[in-house]
Design a protein around this ligand. Structure first.
Ligand SMILES: Cc1ncc(C[n+]2csc(CCOP(=O)(O)OP(=O)(O)O)c2C)c(N)n1
Ligand code: SF4
Ligand SMILES: [Mg+2]
Length: 351
């Protein structure tokens, strides 16, 4: 992967967050993606979200697989930890890292090919385990890095740049996550920073697997008239079901909403997501209703966006497995091993 450092030009006027840091300290190296690629807008939204949340960059672990989308973890939070895994295998590496240290913030950036084609099994199991991480799919309907083959999220009838028409039905990550019991399911568009930033913030603070599927047009291979993942198509069929605002735990939120219009959902750390319903019949706490709403609108060709489902009560991987809360690196050696006596007892059981 190419790595070009950004020149550090001092800008005195940039606002600082509570840590005294500007957004510059949340940037990474220079992007080598095509000019206009939706993925770069998502990088900008991630920088904004972590900066606004006052998260220290070294408290973050960035995970990715392979693809243009997976390259983007190099372009934000240069001081964070990072692992660029094998194509489609990021979720298992994230599971291992999160098992070793649950105190860090985990953010995975993947592509539709990385998560829905080669990596579908890994994606499904991380979701099923409710692994505590923000998982962003930068969804452009193609394998951008390998020059525009259809991915598993390409719609039937979608045309490749060279004219080939896709015949395979798509896998929709949002519908898949709803059906598989995901605890936080959202969709947005790379061109809608106003909607995307609060969703990313809520996803970072959610305890469990927070999926944010972001439509992110590939300007080089999939932004033509016959593509259903182009800027023009997405703007035309964009349908917000629910708007999300994020309120940090310290701010009083009672005055910020009128009951009935806005549904406040408190996250485990005391921060709140305010869900303002755009469609009156939409209920982001009712999985069955949300699921059929998504299906109905999908049939009409509409792209439903917003925080589509949330359940803050669902147990995450650590709670289910009853793991020790201390990061493994801080455990004493004798606490990491069962001890000779216990080991002999275990071996006896298999003799
Ligand atoms: C095991 C393996 N198979 C195939 C490839 C080739 N390959 C690299 S990236 C990629 C697809 C990337 O598509 P996507 O995840 O949608 O990312 P995008 O480039 O569109 O952002 C493929 C097939 C690979 N690197 N490793
Ligand atoms: S090929 Fe497509 S996905 Fe890759 S950087 Fe270019 S525009 Fe983005
Ligand atoms: Mg792709």
């Amino acid at each position: 992967m190419s790595f070009i450092s950004k020149p550090r030009v001092p800008v005195s006027k940039l606002p600082k967050n509570e840590l005294g840091l500007t957004t510059r300290e949340y940037e990474g190296s220079m992007s080598t993606l095509c000019a206009g690629c939706g993925h770069d807008s998502i990088t900008a939204a991630l920088i904004q979200a972590f900066w606004e949340l006052n998260v220290e960059p070294h408290q973050v672990v960035k995970m990715s697989g392979i693809g243009c989308s997976s390259k983007t973890t190099a372009y934000f939070l240069g001081d964070a930890h990072g692992i660029n895994a094998v194509h489609g295998r990021m979720p298992s590496v994230a599971t291992g890292a999160n098992s070793a240290d649950r105190d860090l913030y985990y953010v995975g950036v993947s592509g539709d090919g990385d998560s829905l084609s080669i990596g579908l099994g890994q994606f499904a199991h991380a979701l099923r385990r409710n692994l505590n991480m923000l998982y962003v799919i930068e969804n452009n309907g193609v394998y951008g890095l390998t020059k525009g083959q259809f991915s598993a999220s390409a719609d039937v009838g979608s045309k490749a740049k060279k004219g080939e028409v896709n015949q395979q039905p798509p896998i929709d990550p949002v519908i898949t996550a709803m059906a598989m019991g995901g605890s936080f399911v959202a969709r947005s568009f790379s061109g809608d920073k106003e909607q995307l930033v609060p969703l990313l913030k809520a996803g970072i603070m959610h305890r469990g697997f927070a999926l944010v599927d972001v439509l992110s047009p590939c300007v080089t291979f999939n932004d033509h008239e016959d593509s259903t993942k182009s800027y023009a198509h997405t703007r035309q069929f964009y349908h917000p079901a629910v708007h999300a605002d994020f309120v940090a735990s310290k701010k009083p939120i009672r005055t910020a909403y009128n009951e009935g219009e806005v549904m406040p959902v408190e996250l485990h750390d005391g921060s709140t997501v305010l869900l303002r319903k755009v469609s009156k019949d939409y209920d982001p706490a009712n999985r069955a209703k949300a699921y059929s709403y998504l299906h109905d609108h999908q049939k009409k060709g509409e792209i439903v966006t917003g925080l589509l489902y949330i359940d803050e009560g669902q147990r995450d991987m650590h709670e289910v497995s009853n793991t020790v809360p201390t990061p493994l690196r801080d455990l004493a050696y004798q606490d990491l091993t069962p001890g000779a006596k216990k080991l002999a007892e275990i071996q006896d059981r298999y003799r």
